[in-house]
Ligand binder design. Structure first.
Ligand code: PLP
Length: 277
């Protein structure tokens, strides 16, 4: 990750090379902090309010102090402006510090990888891996915490098996989500995606796709679906802030057809994100 700009609560812009957290910060000691990853288009963070709302909810569910949304929004603006690039990745963090002092808010802007455009051309290969279905509040359903080691390990396992990414299924092979994505598939004019009740993250891009699908003539059904439904789909794609709508062309080493929905939704997302205000 090439850091372009960093802004810290109470300090403002700092040198991106400078350390900004205490050694006893809970984010480091236990992965107990909330974060967000936001796509910046033409110097504007896409759906920033939705990301700040989700950050606030994640913090609340983890029992962290309330997020200072105004401060973080301001830091985000400062960091994006200082980065001085149109397309970028904005990361927001809210950590309780050592639990005694004040929480810390951080906004980081980094370069956007060019890898995703190539991957969108080729389509991704997914491997289904057993994941945890977060059914109890202490399993933190829908919370975006910095405890992402399991998600990163699943992505690494998928790569070790020659794929690009994983899709989590529960013990009954019900489809959940990817380590950093939501998953979608199409049969004729209907799009299917796992329901939030399955304990998955309420993706900001997922919400955007839900809004945009109707205008493109697709019906959307949310629910609990077996992996066989995904495997037998006409086409599939994932959604996330950074990868946007990304076609899936292989699942568990069996090819999946390409279709129009992923490309249409990608175009619709881009159009919405880059619309002049
Ligand atoms: N699911 C998980 C577990 C994620 O970590 C993410 C994003 O990183 C997503 C889904 C997609 O969410 P969004 O569209 O808000 O980026």
């Amino acid at each position: 990750m090439t850091l372009l700009a960093v802004a810290v609560g109470g300090r403002g812009l700092v040198d991106p090379q400078e350390p900004v957290l205490r050694a006893d910060d809970e984010a480091l000691l236990r992965g107990r902090a909330a974060f967000e990853t936001v796509r910046v288009y033409r110097g504007e963070p896409y759906r920033l309010i939705e990301h700040l709302d989700r950050l606030a909810q994640s913090a609340e569910r983890m029992g962290l102090p309330s997020v200072n949304v105004l401060e973080l929004g301001g830091l985000a603006e400062q960091a994006v402006e200082a980065a001085g690039v149109g397309d970028a990745v904005l990361r927001l963090y809210w950590t309780p510090g050592n639990g005694e002092g004040a929480p810390t808010s951080l906004a980081l802007v980094s370069e956007l990888s060019t890898h995703y455009d190539a991957l969108r051309e080729r389509g991704q290969r997914l491997i289904a891996l057993r994941g945890v279905r977060a059914e109890e509040p202490w399993l933190l359903p829908g919370v975006k915490s910095t405890s992402y080691a399991v998600n990163m390990a699943a992505e690494a396992e998928a790569k070790r098996r020659g794929a690009d990414d994983a899709v989590f299924v529960d013990r009954d092979r019900i489809v959940l989500e990817g380590p950093t994505t939501n998953i979608w598939w199409r049969r004729e004019r209907t799009l299917f995606t796992p329901a939030l009740e399955l304990g998955i993250l309420a993706g900001v891009t997922r919400a955007a796709v839900l809004e945009l699908a109707g205008g493109l003539g697709y019906e959307v059904v949310e629910g609990a679906f077996p992996l066989a439904d995904l495997a037998g789909a006409d086409e599939a794609f994932t959604s996330s802030s950074i990868r946007e709508a990304m076609p899936v062309t292989e699942l568990d080493e069996r090819s999946l057809g390409r279709g129009p929905a992923a490309d249409e939704l990608q175009a619709a997302l881009r159009a919405e994100a880059t619309l002049d205000p």
